[in-house]
Design a protein around this ligand. Sequence first.
Ligand SMILES: Cc1cc2nc3c(=O)[nH]c(=O)nc-3n(C[C@H](O)[C@H](O)[C@H](O)COP(=O)(O)OP(=O)(O)OC[C@H]3O[C@@H](n4cnc5c(N)ncnc54)[C@H](O)[C@@H]3O)c2cc1C
Length: 535
Amino acid sequence: MPVRNERRSLWTWGYVSDEPTDEARRAAAKALSGRLGAVVEPPPAPRIEDIELRAPRIAVPDKLRDWVSQDHVERVTHTHGGHPLELLAALRGEFQHPPDAVAHPRNEDELEATLAWCDAAGCIAIPYGGGTTVVWGVNVPATCERAVTIDLDHLNGVLEIDPVSRAGRFQAGLLGPDLEAALKPHDLTLRHFPQSFPWSTVGGWVATRSGGHYATNHTHIDDFVESTRMLTPAGWFESRRLPGSGAGPSPDRLVIGSEGILGIISECWLRLQKRPRFRATAGVTFDDWASGTEAVRHVVQAKLWPANLRILDPVEAGMNAGLDGRRSLVIIGFESADIPQGPNLQAALAIARACGGQVGENDIAVDDGHGEATGRGGAVGAWRNAFIGVNAGLTIGLGLLADTFETACTWDRWPAFDAAVRERVGRVLRETMGASATLACRFTHVYPDGPAPYYSFSGVVPRGGEQEAWAAIKAEATAAVVEAGGTVTHHHAVGRMHAAGWARQRPPLFGEVLRAAKRTLDPNGILNPGVLLEA
Ligand SMILES: Cc1cc2nc3c(=O)[nH]c(=O)nc-3n(C[C@H](O)[C@H](O)[C@H](O)COP(=O)(O)OP(=O)(O)OC[C@H]3O[C@@H](n4cnc5c(N)ncnc54)[C@H](O)[C@@H]3O)c2cc1C
């Protein structure tokens, strides 16, 4: 029934072919042995056939059996999303709350029939794209009596390309690489590359308001959505293709970020661009974090709009870019389909140097449309490889707890915000992880009015104590960012994980309006209960 060639890995990000070998896992354990106190043997990966599941609690009607399955593998692979604790649970063979059935509708008629059945039978319906959610967006709630996961994998077509307006009509289950492969012959690109790009889908991106890895200007999926089509239990909800509109609140704004609680996105029109040919990249080091972040502010406020404008703090630059652990690294990259980018890079470098940045001639790479690689050498290249090669499977199950939290705040709050977050989260990290704790920060996105800092933490916790330690750290991190004036998430979405935190930052009446919208579109409350709005 599934249409994708490969099965998702249960215990690392991506597919089975992305799983590290036992040898690579043992090497990682050995490399970490200093922090772990002793070399730990990585636990064996579970065999899917050995995993125990409760029996399905519903019967699938005959007329849906062509695309709704209760197969063991299907139910196992749709139990967890991509959060590190979920990967860990999966590695340990813990699959307490599987869906009772998994639907793979092959067209909109089958999607309608599936949702109508769920609604009539009182089944929770969980829309599923690539399952890369890191905020508990695709789990079956523990208290629910029956649940069906609706995997959009068959709705994976590129339905139309409009080269005149530069837009395309895409089905929701289309994966990132397949979308870009279809656009390449047209010399077009969506140019939306979240770090989970290989395994996530168009529908997932729109549902979660995903953020691409470009740092400024058009990078969020919000920027690219021209119109949406979504099936709700109350009927179809489809907006008109428009380049812009001042006609009241935007219907698309209700769909983008709705995280599957209002309906199932089946397709959308997205704005496209010509593929970039001209590129220029440089790495600039700073002796201190504060002058580096000031340089980033000045560059983004100069409105040069670099595609890449990231700062790694000394810890992050030391761990992932090969620096000495004392200096920060600012990565600046420009690209364009039409215009050479060397002059823009030089303008940004002049600003960075004026703020105390140091850049050697070897750290600058410019490609004037000849297809030469930029940003692949030195510290910038090292960091790029670490970013692209992210693999949770190497350290999972070793007793090392690693996770991230990401946020955004305005520049006027920034230095105090960072200090408060480091102080509060640093304290709880020391309490739970002792001297093994690390806390690092980088900016993933920057705006003229503020940065989006992304904090990573890791450290050793007693094996079996991961959940408890994580909960203490996460509670403090959420309180710290919300109380310091930031957002509970910048691009990882709300899911169930951030539902309570989000309630603290939004206007209370907005929550009521969203609940009212849900009551209209999903009167029986079957879609993703507990996501966005606490149950
Ligand atoms: C290693 C890694 C790196 C990541 N990097 C980024 C990043 O750089 N930027 C970023 O924004 N996020 C990132 N994420 C988070 C995640 O990839 C995004 O939230 C992504 O948009 C989810 O897409 P998906 O297709 O996997 O959706 P899923 O995980 O399947 O679903 C996500 C949520 O959307 C709902 N949903 C899915 N499809 C539909 C649909 N068609 N209609 C209605 N609701 C739907 C689901 O019910 C769920 O609540 C990362 C995750 C991982 C594991």
